[in-house]
Design a protein around this ligand. Structure first.
Ligand SMILES: N[C@@H](CCC(=O)N[C@@H](CS)C(=O)NCC(=O)O)C(=O)O
Length: 234
């Protein structure tokens, strides 16, 4: 590898979170497109990097790392940025919301977007799960909005955190997917989170991601379906 990092990505996938963090950190990295149209994330070669066959993977000098939150935390610790230091008083609060974003919010969105792995192909069962998850996810976003309203240094501050770079894409996907099924998500209910997303949009990291993945001019506050220059965004 010529650069210290290689990001295995697909446009507008969870790899976007890692791309934003790498850009913000100013770290050189290579990209490797994972061709979802061919199911390349389930290939033996990719599973050798991430046995669950999910995007992203970040190859590092210390080996391949998967799970978005783990990559964020590893990068933050390694580069001493984007997160409160391990001994900082706000470290615990930062960690609990980072893991909430990953374990609860992101995982819940996956169930909303793709109900079939959880309830099978029955359309009514899929819709029932989507209805349930929509209500649950609106509550999850409400918890994060309440946290953001307290103006902590790790959510929506002038200097963005790894959590901000995780939540901005999650806001985007909540507003976009499933196409025709986003009625549960009311952006106006989350003014502090929208302000955070607007701040992220103004950063060079977002400009780089927009160019690389075709995200549109306001990817986090007024998202539209990606038109990536290469690869498929689905
Ligand atoms: N828990 C994983 C979830 C990652 C994830 O949901 N990846 C999606 C793309 S956004 C994926 O690889 N989907 C392809 C598939 O399910 O086969 C993480 O945090 O990295």
């Amino acid at each position: 590898m010529a650069a210290p990092y290689r990001l295995h990505y697909a446009p507008d996938n969870a790899s976007l979170v890692v791309r934003l963090a790498l850009e913000e950190l100013g770290q050189p990295y290579e990209t490797a497109l994972v061709d979802r149209a061919r199911g390349a994330q389930k290939s033996p070669a990719y599973r050798a990097l991430n046995p669950s066959g999910l995007i992203p993977v970040l190859e590092t000098p210390q080996g391949a790392i998967f799970e978005t939150a783990a990559i964020l935390l590893w990068l933050a610790d390694r580069h001493g940025a984007l997160a409160p230091a391990p001994d900082a008083p706000e470290r615990g609060d930062f960690l609990k919301w980072l893991f909430f974003a990953s374990n609860t919010l992101h995982a819940g969105l996956r169930m909303l977007f793709h109900p079939a792995p959880f309830v099978g192909e029955d359309a009514a069962a899929g819709q029932a799960l989507r209805d349930h998850m929509g209500a649950a996810l609106a509550a999850h976003w409400g918890h994060l909005e309440a946290a953001a309203a307290t103006r902590p240094p790790w959510l929506g501050a002038a200097s963005p955190s790894a959590l901000d770079f995780y939540l901005a894409p999650l806001l985007r996907w909540s507003a976009l997917y499933p196409v025709g099924g986003t009625g549960w998500f009311r952006p106006a209910d989350y003014p502090h989170l929208r302000a955070m997303a607007s701040g992220i949009e103004a950063r060079p990291a977002a400009a780089a991601a927009i160019a690389a993945e075709g995200l549109g001019p306001l990817p986090f506050t007024a998202p539209r379906i990606a038109t990536p220059p290469e690869g498929s965004a689905t």
